[in-house]
Every structure is written in C-alpha cells, then in structure tokens.
Design a protein around this ligand. Structure first.
Ligand code: THU
Length: 145
C-alpha cells in the first residue's frame, strides 16, 4: 500500500463505519445462501449509507450489500465517496464480487475499502486496486462517435 493510501485509511472512522455495516448485516435478507453481508458507504460530505444483501427466489436477482448501499447513496444525491466497510460472517473477509467492483468504480476518484469478518478477519484495499484496467465513464467519454 502506498503512503497516500495509508493516509486515506487513517483519516476514516472505520470503527463507526463497521458499527453501521454490522447493523445492516443484521437486516440482510439471505434465506437461500444464509450468507449475510452488510455494508456502510461513507460519502465525501460525511453521510453514511448502509446496505444489506437482498436475495430472491429467482436466484439470479440476488443483490449484494455493496450495491444496496450504493443505490441508497446515489438516490440521496451522493456521487463522491471516501470509504466503504463490508462485514461478512465467518473468519475470512469477503472482497466485493466482480459486479460490485464495477459499480463501486463508477464514481471516481478511487476510495478506501475495508472488508471485515465477524470473527476478526481484516482486508484493506481500494476501489482502483479491486478493478485494475476497469471499464469506466472516462473510457466512454474518449470513445464516442
Ligand atoms: N454478496 C454480497 O452481498 N456481496 C458480495 O460482494 C458478495 C456476495 C451476497 C450475495 C448473496 O446474497 C450472498 O452474498 C451469497 O453470494
């Protein structure tokens, strides 16, 4: 991790975000996988948006916690973010799935990601590291016509 990234992580109240993400996880609707996920997304203006995974009997429609949180944030007008904390069960922290990596990368600049498992696992990264060479709005802007 670069010095820049560690500074970004240090200025974030991760403990407060984790409390929100854990509470969101309690609200998860995961009757099919039994794998509950909670997320807390910190906007640049200080607002925090939570999300849980929301499953469906038509399995392909299951929505991840990260995208639930991003949907709430965008609906409230947030477009720039500082951090997301994701809480999962067990011992191994889960990083966002591929679809969520793409959704998190939609809004530059890159922001910090902390993945926590309830048994104490911890993984810190950022949205750029999670999706290197990703497709994004700047690519569209440069390729129209
Ligand atoms: N899930 C998330 O909420 N976030 C991820 O990044 C990975 C997976 C959810 C989707 C589904 O409800 C359950 O975890 C099992 O895949």
């Amino acid at each position: 991790m670069s010095p820049h990234e560690s500074t970004a992580h240090a200025s974030i109240d991760w403990a407060a975000l984790e409390v929100v993400a854990r509470a969101a996880r309690e609200a998860a609707y995961a009757p099919y996988s039994q794998y509950r996920v909670g997320a807390a997304l910190l906007a640049e203006d200080g607002r925090v948006f939570s999300g849980a995974n929301v499953e469906n009997a038509s399995y392909g429609l299951c929505q991840c916690a990260e995208r639930s949180a991003m949907g709430a944030a965008v609906t409230a007008g947030a477009r720039r973010f500082r951090a997301i904390c994701i809480v999962t069960g067990g011992a191994t922290p889960a990083t966002p799935c591929g679809m969520c990596r793409q959704v998190l990368a939609e809004f530059p600049p890159a922001f910090a990601v902390r993945c926590v498992s309830i048994d104490g696992g911890l993984l810190e990264t950022d949205t750029h590291a999670l999706l290197p060479h990703g497709f994004g709005p700047s690519v569209l802007d440069g390729g129209r016509g």
